[in-house]
Design a binder for this molecule. Sequence first.
Ligand code: BEZ
Length: 250
Amino acid sequence: MSNTNKWNADKYKKHADFVSKLALPVIELLDPKENEKILDLGCGDGTLAVEIEKCNAQVVAVDLSESMVAKAQEKGIQAFVMSATELPFKNEFDAVFSNAVLHWIKDADTAIKKIYRSLKPKGRFIAEFGGYGNIKSLTDAMQQVFNEHKEFGVFHNPWFFPKDTEYKQLLEDNGFSVEYIELIPRPTKIDDISNWLDIFANGIISHLTQEQQSLFKQEVREILKPKIYSDKDGWVADYVRLRLKAYKTV
Ligand code: BEZ
């Protein structure tokens, strides 16, 4: 759901399928019921929408990436290219569900307003995404490489990793009643930091030449290897999840 990151659905499936595998507790929190209408916000390749439909709920799925939406459609999901800040829906959904997406949306206030408007009265909003402290070792390493290469320009961090208190306030300011919100540290195995950077951080270095991009990835890898790699566990990224359940109050 970023404006600058380019999503490669095949690489994502090969190297980042942990994202949907780790989301099953969020689907449990959603607890989809038969005949409910559910919006999957940032559906990616539709893997979780398929899981939700197994409960006989009707899913409408949206994502900013055309290639991801195409993959979701191939799975039979009703999916559309759409931004979280431009949702057109009004009082339509029993629930809005979102996994691993909202940290891409810096304008959280607008997204929350659109989510609120999309829900039916008393509808629920269930989400999990990167929270405060998420991938700090990775962003520090990226920042360090930019600092050491002035020719790379300024490091623009594309992510929003809020504290639970901050996001709760934003939800309440927009009319939600928050039943549950928690920051959950969740160290996460990734297959290689180079693949992670290719999939998730390509927007950060898209202005650089191919050689500069390779140098960036190589140096980030060198900084991180002694910190987050071990022969026993491989690469483990310092993920922190912000998980929440909130209700539209009217
Ligand atoms: C995350 O799921 O926390 C995440 C994934 C890619 C980039 C940034 C954060």
